[in-house]
Structures are given as C-alpha cells and as structure tokens.
Design a protein around this ligand. Structure first.
Ligand SMILES: Cc1ncc(COP(=O)(O)O)c(C=O)c1O
Length: 418
C-alpha cells in the first residue's frame, strides 16, 4: 500500500499514547542536552559513555564471527535466561571476585539487553501504579524514568558524599511502605561517589528490619582506580536474598553490544523467566556467545587493569584542571575513585540563584562546552546548583580545553547575572 496522506488528518496513534509514553515525553533533560552539544559541535562532558578507542573491536568481531559458526545460535527461542556458558562465566567470576555469595550460579544469572533492560524487568516485576520506590538523590535518570513510566512514585532518600544517610532511610521506611530501594553504590552516576562498607551494612540492616528489598545497579564495579570497591550489597546480604544485583559489559567491553545481566534469587527465577518471554522472547545468542568466546580468549584481569589505567589518566587530568580553573571560581568538584563522573557544585556564597539548567545551555551556546545540569538527576526538585561532567569519552587532550571553556562560560554567566 502506498503512503497515503489525507489532508487535515491527524496521525491516529498520536492521540492514544499510553501513560508510560507520556511520562517519557520531554522528561530526559540529558537527551536534550546531548542534542544541543552535538548541534554546536561542543567539547562534551555530557554523555556518560565509555571511550570508543578502548573498545576491543577486532577481537570482538572475530569472536562473534566465530560464534555465528555454531548451529544453535541460528535457531528460535533459546533458554529464557540466555547463553548458559556466558552465565556460567559471569557467576564464576562474580564469586571469584567476592561480588556474589556461594549460592549464585549460572541458573541465577539472567542475561539482558544491557543493564538498562535489567532495570525494566525489575520494574515490570515489582512496580504498580502508585508504588513507592526509594532512590538516592541524585540518581541515574534512566532508572527514574523506567520506574515512573510504570507509575511509581520515586521518593528520594537524603544522601551525602558517602551515599544514602542511614538515619534518614530509617525514618522513611518506618512510615512509607516502599517496594524496594534502588542504589548505585560504586562510582555513582551522576555523583561519582562510593558508599563505604559500614554504610552498606547499616542500610542493609534497616531494610532487613523493615522487610524491604534492594536493587543494586553496579555497572562501574570494575572501574575502581585504586583497586576493588567495598563489598557488594549482594555479597553482604549473603543468604538473605533481598538483593537483586544488576550489571553490564557496557563499560568493560562496549555498550553497543547490549549485554548486561541481573542476579535473580531462586524464589524469583520463574517470574523473571516469564517476564523475559513477555518482553521479546530472549536476546541475541550470537552476541552473548561471541562475548563468551572473547572473554575466554583474554585475561579479564588484564583488561580491567588496562581500563583502570586509561580512565585514571583522564580522571587525574580532570582533577588537575578542575582544581586550577573551577575551584578559584567557587565551583567545588569531587575526586571520584572510579567510574566516569565528576560532580560540580556552585557554592551559594560565590553565586546566588545559580540555575544549572540555564547555565548548561549557556555554556554550550557561549563557549561550546557541554555538561549535564544537576536537575536531571533528582526525582522531585534539587540539583539547581550542581552539574555532572563525564570525562570518560572525551579525548585526554580536550579535557583541559573543555574545563577552561567551562570556567570562561561561568565567569561570563556570573557577570551577566550580577
Ligand atoms: C547507573 C547505570 N545503570 C545502568 C546503565 C545502563 O547501562 P547499559 O544498559 O548500557 O548496560 C548506566 C549507563 O550509563 C548507568 O550509568
């Protein structure tokens, strides 16, 4: 049939968008900023993505070509949980690295379309319209959007430089019946902070008392610059199976391959299998098998050391430049121990009424440098004086130039506002 355009007609499906679609419309400040940054061809601290020059392209291409030689990857409808060999590799590695307790094996690993899909499945499993989900503040925007699209009310738990404040959490859970707590304990997106072990223990104890589960989102786990992060919630909880742990190969191999996973406790195994079937009948086996072949052909420890060294160089450059150019202007930045993100905060004594969303646009338009305003990471207000800078994807040589541009943009913005 030809494409028929009838004068005056309105695309019929535009009028019947679901609540979930409407919730998403215009809500991701991040997408908007990234488009603006691209339009201006600005130096970008925007996208929280890994650096393409660190992708093992040739090795992965060879491994996937090799996997395509297996007859079974061409058939329909594989195991709901994905390639068993890769699941086994993940379970063994997580146990060897102390991330997972002894009960975790291949049967508990559900392969997903990146860590993002793990969060969609968690949402489908536990969120009804009106459910309360507890989140750190700030937190990862895409997860907020996933929870909200299902009708959740995301309740921020006050947090500081070490993550969730246990006393505040205790107060909230004693009065609010929440479905679960969502946390990114390591090298958090967007703040770069890591929750110390003692805090994790306290948080877990509070949740145990209140009978609430925890969703641990940990895609940056292996990117600690000075070694491993504190024990995971999954390992700390051990036999108390209230934790669902989600992770991904997006940061350690490449995000475009879209392979992540969730660790599903046995009592939830069937329900997650059923949710997987209803959300697309599985994910490409050839890619999963290719990743397995690649992992079997390398020393994963060496790969991790290589990435840590590369990202640490960028972090160091970033810290040096922020110290030299931003702190004299009253912009405080932290020093992350791993991951991709630096969090900037404008001290009110240097500038009142700072608006991170206005400033972020201004910085792109005036000085062609991109950041993400802090407001994008708060579920219900906050972040007006803050912004996120990702140094992972930016070329090392551009970091200095980018920070200098940001400092110039801030000075102009402040002069104009005074
Ligand atoms: C905290 C967090 N969770 C999940 C994801 C999703 O990663 P992916 O779906 O590529 O595995 C990201 C990506 O930036 C992230 O920062």
């Amino acid at each position: 049939m030809k494409h028929v355009k009838i004068k005056g007609s309105v695309a019929p499906l535009a009028g019947v968008l679901s609540g979930a679609s409407r919730e998403r419309l215009g809500k991701s400040g991040i997408g908007e900023m990234i488009s603006l940054i691209e339009r201006y061809e600005a130096i970008s601290f925007g996208a929280g993505e890994p650096s393409p020059d660190l992708f093992p392209r040739e090795e992965i291409a060879e491994a996937i070509a090799n996997a395509l030689g297996d007859a079974d990857v061409w058939g329909y409808y594989h195991d709901d949980y994905g390639d068993e060999g890769l699941r086994d590799w993940i379970a063994s590695r997580m146990k060897a690295d102390g991330i997972a307790p002894e009960w975790v094996d291949a049967g508990n690993i559900l392969l997903t379309n990146g860590g993002g899909e793990a969060m969609s499945l968690v949402t489908a499993a536990f969120v009804d319209p009106g459910s309360v989900v507890l989140v750190e503040s700030p937190t990862y925007t895409e997860s907020l959007l996933a929870f909200r699209a299902a009708g959740a009310f995301c309740l921020p738990v006050p947090s500081d430089g070490s993550g969730i404040i246990p006393e505040k959490l205790a107060g909230i859970v004693s009065s609010v019946p929440a479905r679960f707590l969502y946390t990114i304990p390591n090298y958090q997106n967007p703040s770069g902070r890591t929750m110390p072990r003692e805090r994790r223990v306290e948080v877990l104890e509070i949740l145990c008392k209140a009978g609430i589960g925890l969703v641990e989102d940990d895609p940056y786990h292996y990117l600690g610059y000075d070694g491993d992060p504190p024990e995971s919630f999954l390992a700390l909880a051990d036999d108390d199976v209230r934790v669902i742990h989600c992770s991904s190969f997006s940061k350690t191999i490449a995000p475009g391959l879209r392979v992540g996973w969730a660790v599903i406790p046995p009592y939830l195994s069937d329900i997650f299998g059923a949710l997987r079937v209803s959300s697309g009948l599985g994910r490409p086996l050839a890619i999963q098998r290719g990743i397995l072949r690649y992992l079997e052909s390398i020393d994963f420890g060496d790969r991790i050391s290589f990435l840590r060294t590369e990202y640490r160089k960028r972090r160091d450059e970033m810290a040096l430049m922020c110290g030299s150019y931003l702190s004299p202007l009253g912009i405080r930045t932290n020093l992350p121990d791993g991951g991709f993100f630096v969090w900037g905060e404008v001290s009110p004594s240097y500038m009142n009424n700072f608006s991170s969303s206005r400033f972020a646009r201004w910085a792109v338009e005036e000085e062609r440098v991109g950041i993400i305003p802090g407001t994008a990471f708060y579920p219900s207000g906050g972040g007006e004086n803050a912004f996120r800078m990702s140094y992972a994807k930016i070329r090392a040589g551009d970091i200095g130039d980018g920070v200098k541009r940001l400092a110039r943009a801030f000075e102009k913005y402040r002069n104009l506002s005074e």
